[in-house]
Design a protein around this ligand. Structure first.
Ligand code: FMN
Length: 210
């Protein structure tokens, strides 16, 4: 693997944030481990509650393991799909892309399962918030690193529908909780700008104003 593969990591961060989105349609071109490793390494620069650094990442390439997660995803998806309004064009496109990913789940080149080790999501509200809040900054860093490298990535949770089964699939000890999956592969489509709510609609100065 030459260093030039990593040059994308020097691209302007705002442009990468503007164009990072779920890329669910992937080719079956293999993804070198050094690329996955670098994305995770950059992910680790993110904050964690009390600087616990209590993440663990399982890098899955094994076909049988992917197939077992695919089974969970296929079980969960029809239940979840019903909650999404398919009448808007953007939702309809998203639902198609999800269905396509589910149909081809076993061919995803690499799946990174982001896990939290130790602790429990219990106790006061802030403890729960800090618990799961300790994985997603890392995950977003990984998504941005992937985007910079033009590597397709999507964050998914539904394949973890049963935490008990997910643990068994990966052989995780009870102290390790799978939080989400990041599917990685070279994109069949392209990255592009995302549509989001206007920023001034979501900012409240000093206190809540409806
Ligand atoms: C916590 C979380 C869980 C998600 N779970 C799934 C999932 O199970 N399957 C899926 O296809 N997308 C999942 N997504 C991706 C969102 O659907 C997606 O980010 C959103 O529709 C915006 O689209 P974009 O990423 O293309 O901008 C999840 C996102 C988050 C933050």
């Amino acid at each position: 693997m030459t260093d030039s593969v990593f040059e994308g990591l020097n691209r302007p961060i705002a442009e990468m944030m503007e164009t990072q989105r779920s890329i669910r349609r992937l080719t079956d071109r293999p993804v070198d481990h050094s690329i996955v490793r670098r994305c995770i390494e950059l992910g680790l620069k993110a904050p964690t509650g009390s600087n616990g650094q209590n993440w663990e990442f399982i890098v899955v390439r094994d076909a049988e393991i992917k197939a077992r997660f695919a089974r969970q995803y296929r079980r969960a998806w029809p239940l979840y799909r019903r909650t999404i309004d398919s009448s808007t064009p953007s939702n309809a496109r998203m639902l198609d892309a999800v269905q396509q990913q589910i149909d081809h789940f076993e061919s995803i080149p690499v799946i990174v399962v982001a896990c939290l080790a130790g602790g429990r999501p219990t106790g006061p509200y802030v403890a729960k918030s800090s618990y799961y809040g300790s994985i997603y900054p890392t995950v977003q860093n990984i998504l941005l690193a992937a985007r910079s490298l033009d590597l397709g990535a999507s964050l998914i949770t539904l394949p973890l529908w049963s935490a008990r089964r997910s643990r068994r699939i990966l052989g995780l000890p009870r102290s390790v909780r799978p939080a989400c999956l990041i599917a990685l592969g070279w994109p069949a489509g392209r990255y592009g700008p995302t549509t989001r709510r206007p920023v001034d609609d979501v900012i409240h100065l000093d206190r809540w104003r409806p």
